[in-house]
Design a protein around this ligand. Structure first.
Ligand code: HEC
Length: 309
């Protein structure tokens, strides 16, 4: 076997097997290990040098041995070597796969019609083709049973599973990505899931001062359209994140809540608008008519215009 493959191919093959192995066992993220960790490149280089050295040493040993042999033995050795180098086994495999008869035996398979000297051989089907055919029959049977009889997972099911996985991945990303929303990008969330987490956050952190129904206590009433610090989603997000006026008791929640959680609870707070709490606290601050768009100053201008009409 050693003599069949030239030494340089042996070196390359051994090297790439080792290379693949290092890439397989070293976890280097996106980049290949030999780029991520220079030491790996160094190691691979060393391996390459050692492989070349081994080949060189073996060749040298063989030469030394040849020198020691007498004329006749040397000739015999070289002849042996030459013979094994010829890829006889490969040729044999190829012939077997073709399945054709050698020229000398063609007489046995000649058919007895003869058209103007043109004759036909009754060759066997080439084994490579025949076995390929059998394999495809087996494949077809398995395929038919699996997908058409037992309703195996088809492409659409696979797509759905992948989509579900992707949705889960997005959700976890949204939960962990701390800076996904900020005061500039925040918008009112309307999805039930977001409002549900907003409710949970509110009930854990805010009810002590604002009451579960938003009616207010230590903190102001959140159900009316009066706002001290602004009633649009951005202002509320800012109030929750940075806190109220100093000394009033509304702390900055950005230390305890993630941005997405502050967006959720701010959206939940906006849902109190227009509801009637059990014990409403008296309104504080300015009226904000369109609590999503207008800032208090515009509201004031609006109400002035309305009263003059
Ligand atoms: C320790 C009591 C307390 C807790 C807990 C509390 N708040 Fe407040 N909150 C206040 C007070 C007091 C104010 C008024 C601040 C001011 O006047 O500057 C306020 C103001 C607000 C405002 C602005 C109201 C307006 O009229 O502009 C919002 C919105 C608000 N809180 C939401 C929340 C949310 C959401 C939570 C939970 C994450 C929360 N608060 C937790 C006491 C509290």
């Amino acid at each position: 076997m050693r003599n069949i493959i030239p030494s340089w191919i042996r070196v390359i093959v051994a090297f790439f097997i080792l290379f693949g192995f290092t890439e397989f066992i070293i976890d280097s993220g996106e980049k290949p290990a030999f780029i991520e960790y220079p030491i790996v490149s160094l190691f691979l280089l060393l391996v390459l040098l050692i492989l070349i050295a081994i080949e060189a040493i073996i060749a040298a040993l063989e030469n030394v041995m040849l020198l020691k042999l007498d004329e006749e033995a040397r000739a015999r050795f070289l002849e042996e070597k030459q013979k094994s180098i010829k890829l006889d086994w490969l040729k044999n495999v190829y012939k077997k796969l073709l399945g054709s008869k050698p020229l000398e035996e063609e007489g046995e398979i000649i058919l007895d019609h003869n058209y103007d000297g043109i004759k036909e051989l009754d060759n066997n089907l080439p084994p490579w083709w025949l076995y390929g055919f059998y394999i495809s029959i087996i494949f077809a049977a398995v395929y038919l049973l699996r997908y058409h009889v037992f309703n195996g997972e088809n492409q659409f099911d696979e797509l759905e599973t992948e989509l579900a996985d992707a949705r889960i991945a997005i959700d976890t990303y949204k939960k962990t990505a701390k800076n996904l929303v900020d005061i500039n990008t925040v918008s009112q969330l309307t999805e039930a899931a977001d409002l549900a987490s907003g409710k949970t956050i509110f009930e854990t952190n805010c009810v002590a001062c604002h009451m579960a129904d938003g009616g207010g206590g230590i903190g102001p009433n959140l159900t009316d359209n009066h706002w001290i610090l602004g009633g649009d989603i951005k202002s509320i997000f800012k109030t929750v994140s940075e806190g109220g006026r100093s000394g009033k008791g509304m702390i900055a929640w950005k230390q305890q809540l993630k941005p997405i959680e502050m967006a959720q609870v701010a959206s939940y707070v906006l849902n109190f608008q227009g509801t009637t709490p059990a014990n409403p606290k008296a309104p504080e601050g300015d009226i904000v008519l369109n609590s999503n768009e207008e800032s208090p100053i515009e509201t004031v201008i609006d109400s002035l215009e309305n009263s003059s009409n």
